[in-house]
Design a protein around this ligand. Structure first.
Ligand SMILES: N[C@@H](CCC(=O)N[C@@H](CS)C(=O)NCC(=O)O)C(=O)O
Length: 299
């Protein structure tokens, strides 16, 4: 079985479910050029990811793929416990995530597809951020008193995780949504989620074998002393907060980030297929996060 995915795209939900299933699979990384080639379009004429190829069956659409994977592994009960009602509950949330929440990000990712006039793009994105937060409000309320959207783990939770990663990555943020923030933390602690992220983000083995924080900090200080500024990759593994203007604290997206460090501050940059963002925090805060283990340096 092969999953065609793009880094950070909605295909991450399918990737996570493949990991949960425990079955052997191949993940094929695509990029924007790759999904426009005649070979790919022959398998998926819509020219998007995800695409799942199982033998001679080429399946597109997240909802169909997630349903198919659930049906292949019924013992995992990833689409309910077998009753019509529990399946409908999973489909209710999957539908909401796929057709409402997912689409609400499009003006943030692709403002030019809506407005040729670039001058209005930031206004459009700001409005879209407000819409996404309205959707998040409903999801946060649903998670009140629950660990999973429908009470037990389902494919909808994998999709929710991707939407929340997008919310963090695009600076919509989860501030005020404590249930969603706790959900993201739980998912990051999940082995299947971690394995899918390791594959998608290409965490280097050097990072995985990261040295202890004191050693990393010492090496970092040496580099800063010698160069004044230094650029490297880091893995954000815990909560790393930053502020923009007078707004509430936001969280840096977890996963691999590029960082540029000077004596004053540290600039984080992250990039997915659809989006790239940057933010800065004071160097002292950065060093504290490294020593607390929330940031691992690839040094
Ligand atoms: N309805 C499709 C939408 C998939 C979709 O939006 N894929 C995006 C990535 S999240 C994509 O491949 N976009 C490529 C493009 O628009 O150029 C599904 O749910 O599978």
């Amino acid at each position: 079985m092969k999953l065609f995915y793009m880094r950070g795209a909605s295909s991450l939900a399918d990737h996570i479910v493949l990991e949960w299933s425990g079955q052997a699979y191949e993940a094929v990384r695509m990029d924007r050029l790759g999904i426009r080639t005649p070979e790919y379009l022959a398998l998926n004429p819509t020219g998007v990811v995800p695409l799942l190829v199982h033998g001679d069956f080429a399946l597109t659409e997240n909802v169909a793929i997630l349903g198919y994977l659930s049906d292949l592994h019924p013992h995992l009960q990833l689409a309910g416990d077998g009753s019509a009602r529990s399946r409908a509950e999973v489909m209710r949330w999957l539908g909401y995530l796929n057709s409402d929440v997912h689409k609400a990000f499009r003006p943030i990712f692709f403002p030019a597809r809506y407005l040729p006039d670039g001058g209005l793009a930031s206004q459009l994105a700001a409005t879209a951020r407000g819409h996404v937060r309205e959707y998040l409000q409903r999801l946060d309320a649903q998670l009140e008193g629950r660990e999973w959207l429908t009470g037990t783990r389902s494919v909808a939770d994998a999709y929710l995780f991707v939407m929340l990663r997008w919310a963090i990555g695009t600076k919509v943020g989860l501030q005020g949504f404590d249930n969603l923030a706790a959900f993201v933390r739980r998912m990051h602690a999940d082995e299947g989620v971690h394995a899918a992220l390791v594959m998608e983000e290409g965490l280097s083995s050097a990072t995985e074998r990261a040295r202890g924080a004191p050693d990393q900090l010492m090496r970092l200080n040496d580099r800063i002393r010698d160069n004044l500024a230094t650029t490297l990759q880091a893995e954000v593994v815990g909560t790393v907060a930053y502020s923009e203007g007078d707004g509430a604290a936001l969280e840096v997206r977890r996963g691999m980030v590029d960082i540029e460090i000077s004596r004053q501050d540290t600039v984080f940059s992250w990039r997915d297929e659809n989006y790239s963002a940057q933010t800065a925090i004071p160097f002292q805060n950065f060093a504290r996060y490294v020593s607390d283990g929330a940031i691992r340096l690839a040094l």
